[in-house]
Design a protein around this ligand. Structure first.
Ligand code: IPE
Ligand code: IPE
Ligand code: MG
Length: 247
């Protein structure tokens, strides 16, 4: 399917890439192989999103709770992120992809943070699509950091408590300047948000797909976009059809 064949494309799609471990498990492979295969699915997803005309693609790569995994798995995941940025930054830049990273940057390993900063810096003027990488990301941690920054400004007299509005809070989150997700997809059949974009997800359409992340292909993605196009979003209002008939 080409870009012009689809309408009602979401501006921002966020994906909880889940099921790498189970993908490997059912094949009798170590979990690390699932993560490796997952990186290939990431490449395909970015390409598909750009072609479909999606403005922002957020990928949940590592949560603030994933540190509780065995040290070897954490180290595999860190290694894969490093390799991904090293190997793919040139081509992403050539494809006009802008990269943003959300999540807590304090105490990140010294071999990771500079790579993330370089990826953001080099691609900052790109305009095709923004790839938001959620790394060391947890929504409650993000909200707590935003509250701390607002509280600091209030204590310093820079802000009045009455200034604290939903817009101000949004502007203090890691996602400042990024529109709220229109569609959140989670693979692997789990139906939960796992501390992902809790504030930003207020009116997102949620989609739970049974496939494990490494099996998430271009066709799966396009099918999800087609399903999204058929959904009616109301934002607290009344159905558009009711309005047309009743007014
Ligand atoms: C998602 O796959 C990748 C990360 C969380 C980094 P999982 O590793 O969670 O795979 P399952 O859920 O155990 O199958
Ligand atoms: C969410 O998946 C985190 C990422 C995809 C990076 P998890 O596998 O960590 O979530 P739970 O533990 O099943 O809720
Ligand atoms: Mg999981």
């Amino acid at each position: 399917m080409t870009q012009h064949a689809m309408n009602n494309i979401p501006n921002h799609v966020a994906i909880i890439m889940d099921g790498n471990g189970r993908w490997a498990n059912v094949r009798g492979l170590p979990r690390s192989m699932g993560h490796r295969k997952g990186v290939e699915a990431v490449r395909e997803a970015v390409r598909t999103a750009a072609e479909a005309g999606i403005g922002y693609l957020t990928l949940f790569a590592f949560s603030s709770e994933n540190w509780s995994r065995p040290e070897s798995e954490v180290s595999d995941l860190m290694g894969l992120l490093k390799t991904f940025i090293r190997r793919d930054l040139d081509s992403l830049h050539r494809e006009n992809v802008r990269i943003r990273v959300i999540g807590d940057r304090t105490n990140l390993r010294s071999d990771i943070l500079p790579l993330l900063l370089e990826a953001e810096e080099r691609t900052r003027d790109n305009t095709a699509i923004t790839l938001v990488i959620a790394f060391n990301y947890g929504s409650r941690d993000e909200i707590a950091r935003a509250m701390r920054s607002i509280a600091g400004d209030v204590a310093a007299g820079l802000l009045h408590p009455a200034d604290v509005s939903p817009d101000l809070i949004s502007a203090r989150l890691d996602t400042a300047g990024i529109p709220d997700p229109d569609l959140i997809i989670r693979t692997s059949g789990e139906e939960r948000l796992s501390n992902f974009l809790l504030w930003q997800a207020a009116y997102a359409e949620l989609m739970f797909i049974p496939d494990f992340w490494p099996d998430f292909t271009r066709a799966t993605f396009l099918a999800a976009l087609a399903a999204y196009a058929g959904r009616e979003r109301r934002f607290g209002g009344v159905p558009a059809a009711t309005l047309a008939v009743g007014s």
